[in-house]
Design a protein around this ligand. Structure first.
Ligand code: FHN
Length: 414
């Protein structure tokens, strides 16, 4: 694995994304007009005049923001890292910035620094603190990019040199070790600008990873499109950023909540293809996480508490030479995990050469029977009798302890 990929990330697999900013106050609606798009884009999509939007800072007072309970929620959900929007495209910084007064400490009645509070909470709960920063789009800065605008029309380098880089430096100076700087929508970033940003980040914190959206393919891993799960195992490190409903920032009209089943199965699919799942919550203007997100994350956590061994530190099993539609595989040295999504009496697997040593349901250790035989065509096969009840209906995880470190497939016959 690439040296820039840190173990906490490659083994951790599951992180919490937090989109929070002035747009959370509008919650998808401005002057009786609803946005049809993701809520954090409301300034851009409803063409709100900047002086009107900036006044929202004076109303930003999320007194119920509790970093500890948010970090604990992530921890209890089985997540290993957290990515917080230090500045989204709207340009408002959610930390104490001396580079721009347009931040929640200096320009809002809130007056607190959420990143400083998250730093302490992450340390308390053993979660890796990571920061999102919109490096190219800044709709408040006259020279920041805006969707489709920012090439010739603007002096992008003046924004880049005078706001983006100094703010990134602040973030890497004031909050201790940052696991990952999550850059986004590179737009008009030149190769030189992406390279400079990378040099600065790695120069200040060599272990800080950089998301795939730094631009010019200079990230430490591939960030997929939003909510996009690669259809096949992907050979390099990748991460899928995903919403829990249909928006990132809070939208009071969006009740399109994904079920626990959908989220857990997405996690399994992504991990079985070699990726990480970065799942978002959008806190409200008072600083609390919507109840439906809390509920789903709690249920995900209940599953992870019993089945996390089949997710963390696993590697994909990309070569299973048999077209199955009932589940997925993950593995680690000496173990094959079979994730079963369908209600079945037994699981039938062909052409695995390792000797099975022990077979059990992961959540409670219930021993299961496994029969090995050779089919009349000459293929070796395993027939695992599945438990009639108990376990998760979303994903019944079976662990097969195998002889040898990694899963070996027998050649498929002609
Ligand atoms: O434009 C942003 C969007 O608001 C959100 O932050 C997502 C998260 O991946 N990134 C961009 C769109 O891909």
């Amino acid at each position: 694995m690439d040296d820039s990929i840190e173990q906490w990330w490659s083994g951790g697999k599951f992180g919490l994304f937090i989109h929070w900013g002035l747009y959370s106050l509008l919650a998808g609606e401005y002057k009786n007009q609803r946005t049809e798009n993701i809520a954090e884009w409301i300034l851009h999509d409803l063409r709100i005049p900047l002086p009107e939007y900036e006044q929202l800072a004076g109303q930003f007072n999320p007194t119920r923001f509790d970093a500890d309970s948010i970090v604990k929620m992530a921890k209890d959900a089985g997540m290993k890292y957290l990515v917080f929007t230090s500045k989204h495209h709207e340009g408002f910084a959610l930390y104490r910035s001396d580079v721009s007064g347009y931040n929640c400490v200096h320009a809002s009645p809130f007056g607190r620094d959420p990143i400083a509070e998250l730093r302490k909470a992450c340390d308390r709960h053993g979660i890796v603190l990571c920061l999102y920063y919109s490096q190219a789009q800044d709709w408040d800065d006259p020279n920041g990019c805006e969707d489709g605008i920012g090439g010739e029309e603007k002096d992008f380098s003046s924004y880049f040199e005078n706001k983006c880089i100094p703010q990134i430096k602040e973030l890497l100076t004031h909050y201790g070790p940052i696991g990952l700087i999550w850059l986004d929508t590179p737009m008009y970033m030149s190769f030189e600008q992406s390279s400079k940003l990378k040099r600065i980040i790695k120069g200040m914190q060599p272990h800080c990873m950089i998301s795939g959206r730094i631009g010019n393919s200079l990230g430490d891993y591939m960030t997929t499109g939003d909510n996009f799960i690669p259809a096949l195992p992907y050979p390099g490190a990748f991460e899928v950023p995903a919403t829990i409903n249909s928006t990132w920032g809070f939208n009071k009209f969006d009740t399109n909540w994904k079920s626990t089943e959908k989220i857990l199965r997405s996690l399994v699919k992504i991990v079985s293809r070699g990726g990480n799942y970065l799942l978002n919550v959008g806190p409200t203007a008072d600083g609390t996480v919507p109840g439906e997100s809390v509920r789903v994350l709690k249920e995900v956590g209940d599953f992870m508490a019993l089945n996390g061994d089949s997710i963390y530190d696993t590697t994909p099993v990309p070569l299973y030479p048999y077209d199955i539609d009932w589940g997925y595989f993950t593995s680690k040295p000496g173990k094959l995990y079979i994730h079963i999504f369908e209600k079945m009496d037994s699981a039938y697997l062909l052409n695995i050469a390792n000797k099975p040593l022990k077979v059990y349901r992961l959540s409670d250790g219930m021993p299961l029977s496994l029969k090995e035989r050779t089919t009349c065509e000459g293929d070796s096969s395993w027939l695992i009798k599945l438990p009639a009840r108990g376990g998760s209906e979303i994903d019944q995880v079976i662990c097969v302890e195998i002889e040898g470190e990694s899963v070996v497939f027998e050649p498929i016959r002609e």
